[in-house]
Design a protein around this ligand. Sequence first.
Ligand SMILES: *Cc1c(COP(=O)(O)O)cnc(C)c1O
Length: 383
Amino acid sequence: MNQHTRVTPVPFIDIGAQRRRLGPAIDEAVGRVLTHCQFIGGPEVAQLEAALAAYSGAKHVISCASGTDALLMVLMAKGVGAGDAVFCPSFTFCATGESVALTGASPVFVDVDEATYNMDVASLKSAIATAKKLGLKPKAIIPVDLFGQPADHDAIAAVAAEEGLFVLDDAAQAFGAKYKGKRLGTSALATATSFFPAKPLGCYGDGGAIFTDSDELAETLRSIRVHGQGSDKYDNVRLGLTGRLDTIQAAVLLEKLKIFDDEIAARNKVAERYARGLSNVVTVPRLAPGNTSVWAQYTIRLPKGTDRDGFAAALKAQGVPTAIYYGKSMHQQTAYKQYPVADGGLPACESLSQDVISLPMHPYLTEADQERIIAAVRGALAT
Ligand SMILES: *Cc1c(COP(=O)(O)O)cnc(C)c1O
């Protein structure tokens, strides 16, 4: 092997490989939209919503402009605002808590479970007590299905029922994953997902969707999506957004949905190979019983004290890119420092933020590339 072949980088996510696989199907789907010219609200949007409803088992699917809008629209529909507390994990992408802060409500940050990286229910209970002490009104819980694995939805639903809160599931990274045999989309009052290109089911721009069985919520969300429209879009009965999904993105997603289950199976194979090759040198992700994952990220935890930057540099020199999700938890970010955290603090979030690193993960990762990545990880830790 010459020097050049050895350092050709492995892609972190290979959207190009999927595009080649889908071939003319995507071009034709986009071409149909270019022909009918209904760029907003074209027939593909309703077709996609019906296909996603059938796939997830949810009664209603409201497609929208992004995963962040999906979260925000549900909070707006439920009237969340100033003085309310919404509980979310701190070890997540910022959009989870950002959607809350945008309504004027206060995110209250909750710790995560060290094994699954998802919301810790004991910390959730203490966060509810913290919020009450601060004079905030507990309103909602936003569990995140981090890196593709469902949160502990039954335990969270039990706390929500006891406290009279609603649950909005942030499944931006986990659409397609199963919780106790059922795909995400019906485990909460509403489930939000994102079709950002790097998500497991991604479009060719920004996009998102909301899943709910509630007729009333679905109707309000459809109004919010178009500036709070009433009987028509020039009748404004509430505040809303320009929250629609473009027809072209719906057309792309309809084609990608056809191969989605096959891609999830391929992601699982990649995850299994990583676990076999790495579980004796790093902490590999663990699925809770009853969960499947769509492996939005394959995030490992380095042994305490490992120089993470040095580790990443060693892998990079071998042509293996890595990413750090998330080097700071939300409560450690400048924009969110003023919001409360659960009594007892967030030790797991802080520790994970120091130790985690994500490896290349996509359905088209070859066994040969993966062997190279595994060897690079093992080599970097051995020195
Ligand atoms: C990506 C993501 C979002 C936001 O989705 P966008 O489509 O980028 O707005 C929200 N929450 C989580 C956990 C995410 O990973």
